[in-house]
Write a protein that binds this ligand. Structure first.
Ligand SMILES: Cc1cc2nc3c(=O)[nH]c(=O)nc-3n(C[C@H](O)[C@H](O)[C@H](O)COP(=O)(O)O)c2cc1C
Length: 279
């Protein structure tokens, strides 16, 4: 029984999850969503299809949404999704369900795994201590053993959101969470200019260009330039992998930098090459 896991990962958390599942589930192949989009490789031939990705603005990252719209999944009859998150609720599964429903399929299983936050802009962002990371990792691996059992038995199972927040009874709030917020995250937010820039610490090493999953960054001599006409995937790899923390995010609205005084988070086992190899 062949399983293909499509994954997207800005700083290695979701990659960690995808790799752990590959180790736990026999005959599993990992395919980076960024590569599938680049190659327009949308026809999937497998018995089980999984999606592993981070939470972005309570919902799916932009490239995952793009992939779901184009994929062709007729050969498969079991589908699962795993969202990693840094601390809030995740409300993106209905988008996956409706993409599958259009092809006469359903999302059989869904899971949310808490990992360290990689968005230094978020209020709850903090540099995780070694002990916190070890605990998150241990808990994640325990949950992934459950995930593996569900998938191997091809069960229908939807993990309840452990944040303890459920809004299922409030239809207006549900509408906001499942329609308005994804619309903002996928279509409005990339157009509203949150400026990435490299400050005076930049050494011109080019790592930001290397890890930029949307190919938005191009080096101009020894300076990274964020190309205006390319949609940013908001992976924050440039921000988190810059070895001298020179990459910053500036808000035009608030006229301030969000990140100069904040730390950075790449997953301890995810190298620049691991991230860049998704392209
Ligand atoms: C642009 C952006 C938005 C994010 N939004 C959320 C969010 O709404 N809720 C949350 O819990 N975590 C959020 N995060 C944190 C990530 O979901 C979390 O750290 C995830 O595990 C990162 O996975 P990755 O390393 O595979 O990219 C966000 C991260 C980024 C970069």
């Amino acid at each position: 029984m062949k399983t293909i896991i499509y994954y997207f990962s800005g700083t290695g958390n979701s990659l960690f999850i995808a790799k752990a599942l590959k180790n736990l589930i026999p005959d599993t192949e990992l395919i980076p969503i960024v590569q599938a989009l680049r190659d327009k490789d949308y026809v999937i031939k497998a018995d089980n299809i999984g999606f592993v990705f981070p939470t972005h603005g309570l919902t799916l990252p932009i490239p995952v949404n793009q992939f779901l719209k184009n994929m062709e999944v007729s050969s498969a009859n079991y589908f699962f999704a795993v969202a990693s998150r840094g601390g809030t609720i995740f409300r993106g599964f209905p988008i996956i369900s409706s993409a599958l429903k259009k092809q006469g399929k359903k999302l059989n299983a869904s899971f949310i795994i808490s990992m360290a936050a990689n968005d230094p802009k978020l209020k709850f962002y903090h540099d995780p201590a070694k002990e916190e990371l070890e605990l998150l990792q241990k808990n994640a691996l325990m949950q992934l053993e459950q995930v593996q059992k569900v998938i191997s038995n091809r069960e229908d199972y939807h993990m309840s959101d452990k944040s303890g927040v459920t809004f299922t009874k409030n239809s207006l709030l549900n509408y906001v969470l499942e329609r308005i917020i994804p619309f903002m995250t996928h279509y409005i937010s990339p157009k509203v200019k949150k400026y990435f820039y490299a400050d005076s610490k930049c050494t011109g090493c080019g790592i930001c260009e290397k890890v930029c999953l949307s190919e938005k960054i191009r080096m101009d001599g020894d300076k990274p330039v964020w190309q205006k006409n390319t949609t940013c995937y908001l992976c924050y790899s440039c921000l988190n992998y810059c070895p001298v923390r020179a990459v910053q995010i500036h808000s035009k609205v608030w006229m301030k930098s969000y990140t100069t005084k904040r730390g950075r988070y790449p997953h301890p086992f995810a190298t620049v090459e691991d991230i860049a190899s998704q392209k």
